[in-house]
Design a protein around this ligand. Structure first.
Ligand code: BTN
Length: 300
C-alpha cells in the first residue's frame, strides 16, 4: 500500500503559527485527520451555535482527508490523503471592494510555488510554469498543454457588519497513480497536474509552509489596496489571454476572445456584440481549445 495513505504526516503547525501570529492576532492552526469540507467547517464555526455570537478568529484548518470537498459552482472536489493539500484559512477582512480577491489568492499561490524562473538563479530556461485561469484555478503547463493543479473556493459570511472570509485551497501534490485515474475514468481522461512535476519531492506540509505566509500578506494587502496593484501580476500568468473562450451560466452561452482582466479583476471578453466584463462568480469560462503551453516547456 502507498505509505502516504498510512504513515503520519508531520505538519509544521508550530512554524506556521510563529510565522503568522504577529500579523494575525489570535491566529490558531488546527489539523484534522478527516472532515467533510474545511470550508464548510469554518463557516459552521463562524456562525457558532444557536444564540451565541459568531467567532471571527483567524484560523487555519488543514484536513488530511475531506469526505465532501466542495468546488465552485456546486461541484465536488476530490483529494487524496498525502497526495493533496486541502486547507481553509478563515479571517476577518473589511476591504472597500471585494472584487478580484480570488485572483489575488491565485497570484500569491502561483508566485510562491513558482517564482519567476527568469529571476531565479540557476533556473532552467523553459522550466515548468504555473499559469492562472480566471477566476480561480492554477494550471500547470506541460508538453500536453495545461492541466489543473489547484482550485480556490472563496466564501464569506457576515454578522452585524462583521465580514468573515474563508479561503479554501485544494492543491494536487503527487501524481495520481494510473489505477486511480482509470478507476475514476475508464476512458483514461488526462490526469491532473501535480506540484511534484514542478518541485520534485515536495510534500503537502512543505508546500503549506511555503505558500501560507505570502498568502496572508497578499490577502492583507488586498484588504488595504484592492485588486489594482495585482493586475499586472495576474496578466503575467493569464493563460486565457488571447484565447477563444466560451461563457456559460448554465442557461446561456456566448463565445469570444479573452482580453485579460480589468482593475477590478473582471475578465474582459471580446464577443460579437462588443467587449463584455465578466464579474459573476456564477459564470464559467472554458477555453474553446486547450491553450498551448509556452514553446520551451520541457517534458515532466
Ligand atoms: C474549484 O476548483 O472549484 C475549487 C476547489 C476548492 C477545493 C478546496 S479543498 C479545501 C477547501 N474545502 C473545500 O471543501 N473546498 C476547498
Amino acid at each position: 500500500m502507498n505509505p502516504s495513505l498510512t504513515s503520519p504526516i508531520q505538519w509544521p503547525a508550530e512554524a506556521l503559527w510563529q510565522a503568522l501570529a504577529p500579523s494575525l492576532p489570535g491566529f490558531t492552526v488546527e489539523i484534522l485527520p478527516e472532515i467533510d469540507s474545511t470550508n464548510s467547517e469554518l463557516m459552521r464555526r463562524f456562525r457558532g451555535s444557536a444564540g451565541m455570537a459568531p467567532r471571527p478568529e483567524p484560523l487555519l484548518l488543514v484536513a488530511e482527508q475531506q469526505t465532501a470537498g466542495r468546488g465552485r459552482l456546486g461541484r465536488s472536489w476530490q483529494s487524496r490523503r498525502g497526495g493533496s493539500l486541502t486547507f481553509s484559512l478563515g479571517l476577518p477582512l473589511q476591504p472597500a471592494d471585494w472584487s478580484g480577491l480570488s485572483l489575488v489568492v491565485g497570484i500569491s499561490l502561483a508566485e510562491s510555488l513558482d517564482p519567476d524562473p527568469g529571476a531565479e538563479k540557476g533556473a532552467e530556461p523553459g522550466s515548468p510554469r504555473i499559469g492562472l485561469k480566471w477566476p480561480n484555478d492554477l494550471w500547470l503547463s506541460s508538453p500536453q498543454g495545461y492541466r489543473k493543479l489547484a482550485g480556490i473556493l472563496v466564501e464569506t459570511a457576515s454578522w452585524e457588519g462583521l465580514r468573515y472570509l474563508v479561503i479554501g485551497v485544494g492543491l494536487n501534490i503527487s501524481p495520481v497513480e494510473l489505477s486511480e485515474t482509470t478507476a475514476a475514468s475508464p476512458l483514461g481522461a488526462m490526469a491532473p497536474g501535480c506540484l511534484q512535476e514542478l518541485l520534485p519531492g515536495i510534500d503537502a506540509p512543505q508546500a503549506l509552509l511555503r505558500l501560507l505566509p505570502p498568502l496572508v500578506q497578499a490577502v492583507q494587502a488586498f484588504g488595504q489596496f484592492g485588486f489594482a496593484p495585482f493586475q499586472a501580476r495576474f496578466a503575467a500568468r493569464d493563460v486565457l489571454a488571447g484565447q477563444p473562450v466560451q461563457l456559460s451560466d448554465g442557461n446561456r452561452g456566448e463565445a469570444g476572445t479573452a482580453h485579460g482582466v480589468g482593475e477590478n479583476g473582471a475578465l474582459r471578453v471580446q464577443t460579437a456584440t462588443g467587449m463584455k466584463e465578466i464579474t459573476s462568480a456564477e459564470v464559467s469560462v472554458r477555453p474553446l481549445a486547450a491553450p498551448s503551453p509556452p514553446k520551451d516547456a520541457p517534458a515532466c
